[in-house]
Design a protein around this ligand. Structure first.
Ligand SMILES: [Zn+2]
Length: 342
C-alpha cells in the first residue's frame, strides 16, 4: 500500500476559518469572542470537503492512506495566548478526528499542539494525551518556533521540550517538526520559513546530544529536509568539527525525511544522499504548491511520479519509502493497520 505521511486539512469548510476570524477579533474586542460550541460543521460538509479534494486526488494517484493533521499554516501559534491556542487546537484536532472516523480506510489522524510563545511546552500535554487516548492519533506536529518566524523559543534540544519528548516516547509517537505561518515579513511562509525551519531543526539536533537522552525519539523533517540533503557534506563536516559521531550514527536512528520535494531532480538527490530507510513518502497535497508544472504537465505535488521514476530505488526500496518505513517510524499506525488486517 502507499501511505502519505504528510497531509493537512487545507480544505476544511469555510465555517472553520470564519470561526477563527471571530476568535482573533475577540482578542481585541471580547464581545466578539465565539464559544467553541458556536462552530457547527455537519458530517455531510466534512465528507464533501474530503471527497472532492484529498480523496479524489488520492484515488487518482493510487494512494491508500494519509496521515492527516490540521492545516499547518493555520496553527498560527503566535496568535493570542495559551487559551487561544488550546481552544483552536482542540477544534482543529477534533475535525481531523471526525474525518478519520468518516473515512477510516483512507485517513488517520495526527495532532497539532496548543503551543504558545513563551509558554512552557508541557502545557500541551493534556491535548496530546486526549488526542492519543480518545482520537487514536499516530503522530504529532511539533512547532519549533511558535512565535511565527521570530525564533524566540529555545532550541529543540532544550530541556523545556523534554516533557513532550517523554510523552512521545511513552506513547510511541513520532513528531513532524513543522512550523506555521510566518508573521515576519522577511520570511515567506511556505517558500522560506518552512524550509528554514526544517534546516534549523536538523542543525539543532546535530549540535546537541538530544538523542542520547532519548534514543527512541523520532522526528520527521518535512519538505524533503529543507536544505539538509543538498548540503549533506556541510553537515557531515560540521559534525566532524564538533567532535560528534558520523551523522548516520548521530542522527539517522532518529531523524527521517519526507518526499515533499516537487520535482524529479530533487527526489533524485534525496534518494542519492539519504539512506532509503530514512525516507518516507509524502505529498502534502493541496498544500503550498497546488499548480501544474508546465514542464511535465503534472501537478507539482503529485510526488508519487518522482518516486516511481527515480532510477535510485529498487522495488524493495520503493516498498520501504511507500509503506515499510512509515510502519516502522509510526508504530501506532502499524498497529492500527494490523488491527484491520492490513
Ligand atoms: Zn505540512
Amino acid at each position: 500500500m502507499i501511505i502519505d505521511i504528510h497531509g493537512h486539512y487545507t480544505t476544511a469548510p469555510k465555517a472553520l476559518e470564519d470561526w477563527r476570524a471571530r476568535q482573533i477579533a475577540g482578542l481585541t474586542d471580547p464581545s466578539q469572542a465565539p464559544k467553541a460550541s458556536d462552530l457547527s460543521i455537519s458530517d455531510d460538509a466534512l465528507i464533501e470537503s474530503i471527497e472532492t479534494n484529498q480523496l479524489a486526488k488520492m484515488r487518482e494517484r493510487g494512494l491508500d492512506l494519509t496521515v492527516f493533521s490540521p492545516r499547518a499554516s493555520f496553527m498560527a501559534h503566535h496568535i493570542g495566548d495559551f487559551q487561544t491556542s488550546a481552544t483552536w487546537a482542540a477544534i482543529c484536532n477534533e475535525l481531523c478526528h471526525r474525518v478519520a472516523r468518516l473515512f477510516p480506510d483512507h485517513f488517520i489522524g495526527a495532532a497539532m499542539l496548543p503551543q504558545s510563545p513563551g509558554v512552557d511546552p508541557k502545557t500541551c500535554l493534556p491535548e496530546l494525551e486526549k488526542c492519543v487516548t480518545e482520537y487514536g492519533v499516530v503522530a504529532i506536529n511539533l512547532n519549533p518556533d511558535p512565535s511565527g518566524g521570530h525564533w524566540t523559543s529555545p532550541p529543540l534540544s532544550d530541556r523545556s521540550w523534554y516533557p513532550i519528548y517523554e510523552a512521545m516516547v511513552a506513547y510511541d509517537l513520532p513528531a513532524m517538526i513543522h512550523v506555521s505561518t510566518s508573521c515576519n515579513a522577511c520570511f515567506h511562509t511556505t517558500g522560506a520559513h518552512y524550509l528554514n525551519a526544517d534546516t534549523t531543526a536538523f542543525m539543532q539536533c546535530l549540535t546537541s546530544d538530544l538523542f542520547k537522552d532519548f534514543p527512541t525519539l523520532k522526528f520527521i523533517i518535512p519538505h524533503g529536509g529543507g536544505a539538509v540533503p543538498y548540503h549533506w557534506g556541510r553537515f557531515r563536516g560540521l559534525a566532524q568539527e564538533l567532535k560528534k559521531p558520523q551523522l548516520r550514527e548521530h542522527l539517522l536512528h532518529n531523524i527521517f525525511f519526507d518526499t515533499c520535494v516537487y520535482h524529479q531532480p530533487g527526489i533524485d538527490l534525496l534518494t542519492t544522499v539519504i539512506p532509503v530507510d530514512n525516507i518516507l513518502f509524502a505529498s502534502e497535497m493541496i498544500g503550498a504548491v497546488r499548480g501544474i508544472d508546465p514542464e511535465t504537465g503534472h501537478a507539482y505535488d503529485d510526488t508519487r511520479r518522482y518516486i516511481d521514476a527515480t532510477l535510485n530505488l529498487s522495488d524493495e526500496d520503493r516498498f520501504k519509502v511507500y509503506e515499510g518505513n512509515a510502519r516502522r517510524v509510526y508504530p501506532r499506525l502499524d498497529r492500527a493497520l494490523k488491527a484491520k488486517g492490513r
